[in-house]
Design a protein around this ligand. Structure first.
Ligand code: UDP
Length: 344
């Protein structure tokens, strides 16, 4: 059974491709390589089609299995990771975000409907990467965040994701489009095999920046605010191992293929760590120090984002294999050292 993975050359997409392969799925990756890495897809050993999700003729060809990369196999489902995901950039250039994240997703959904019609079946199912950024700034009594928490995104990135969620709801009602929506909390860590991991340019995420500061690639880590209403004053997030995210996608896909339903799940560990706790844990894991300085708050950062991931655990039987921050950091550190030994 062959699955189309958009954004499979990216961080979460590439780990999910490996999880799919381990469960016996064949994969074709579609990625525009703006932020993705062709060499990662090569490591995975799956066909890479460089292109845009908004390219409808290309999508039709891929879904039908007519593209040379498909080896004659039609796509049984799509895992849709491809998106731009820099909050600041989305504020500065929203058109680019709505075109890529929303406009291209609409084209994809239309292609899924058309391919279903052509086959005389339900539309081709889709697993969609959404984000806890769709919740905006939750009230303290809404933590841990359940899927029913009101969604009030505060930037174009979060809104572009919420709008695609809305498309999926409406297309599900009207056309019977089967979908799973995963709302990720803070993806972190790397495949323990050491050959896949996080490689963003520019890097804005806390854990890789902490490791950059530890390895000396960054002179000083900035802590964005220490006056939040949290025990140590720094922001609390729910860091979830990227391989656990990947496993959840396989379970979600299996469920979707079986029931052709519509499901929404948060993916987090249910445990929060503050910026200061991440720094302390990283120093303990690496046995090294770093320079950190308190800087002004970053606009739009909620004080606390922690998931209730019960629903995915109960309905999908999902159990994070690496819930401990220390394990996430150890895997991220191993990847970081390998990445920068070959690519200083
Ligand atoms: N953060 C920080 N310094 C940095 C990068 C991030 O203090 O150089 C903080 C940020 O304010 C947030 C947390 O670390 O509270 C996680 O940020 P990240 O960008 O990794 O993920 P986000 O929660 O924004 O999706």
């Amino acid at each position: 059974m062959t699955i189309l993975v958009t954004g499979g050359a990216g961080y979460i997409g590439s780990h999910t491709v490996r999880a799919l392969q381990r469960q016996g799925f064949s994969v074709v990756v579609l990625d525009n390589l703006v932020y993705g890495h062709a060499d990662i897809v090569e490591i995975l050993g799956v066909p890479l089609v460089q292109g845009q999700v908004g390219d409808r003729p290309l999508l039709d060809q891929l879904l039908r299995g007519d593209h040379p990369a498909c080896a004659g196999e039609p796509m049984e489902a799509v895992l849709h990771f491809a998106a731009y995901a820099y909050v600041g950039e989305s504020v500065a250039d929203p058109a680019r975000y709505y075109r890529n994240n929303l406009g291209d997703s609409l084209t994809l959904l239309e292609a899924l409907l058309a391919e279903g019609q052509r086959r005389g079946e339900a539309p081709v199912p889709i697993v969609f990467s959404s984000t806890c950024a769709t919740y905006g700034i939750p009230e303290p009594d809404q933590i841990p965040i359940r899927e029913s928490c009101p969604q009030r995104p505060i930037n174009p990135y979060g809104r572009s994701k919420q709008m695609v969620e809305q498309l999926l709801a409406d297309f599900g009602e009207a056309y019977g489009l089967p979908s799973v929506i995963f709302r990720y909390f803070n993806a972190a860590g790397a495949d323990p095999a050491g050959d896949l991991g996080e490689d963003h340019t520019p890097e804005t995420h806390l854990i890789p920046l902490v490791l950059d500061a530890i390895s000396g690639r960054l002179a000083e880590l900035q802590i964005y605010g220490d006056d939040y209403p949290t025990p140590d004053g720094t922001c609390i997030r729910d860091y979830i191992h990227v391989c656990d995210l990947a496993d959840a996608h396989v379970l979600g896909l299996q469920r979707l293929l079986a029931d052709k339903g519509r499901h929404i799940y948060n993916l987090g560990t249910g445990t929060g760590a503050s910026v200061q706790q991440v720094i302390d844990a990283a120093m303990a894991t690496t046995q090294r120090g770093l320079l950190a300085r308190v800087a002004p708050r970053r606009p739009g950062d909620p004080p606390v984002l922690v998931a209730s991931a019960e629903k995915a655990q109960i309905e999908l039987g999902w159990r994070p294999r690496y819930p401990e921050l220390s394990t996430i950091l150890a895997h991220a550190w191993a990847w970081h050292q390998r990445l920068h030994s070959t690519n200083p």
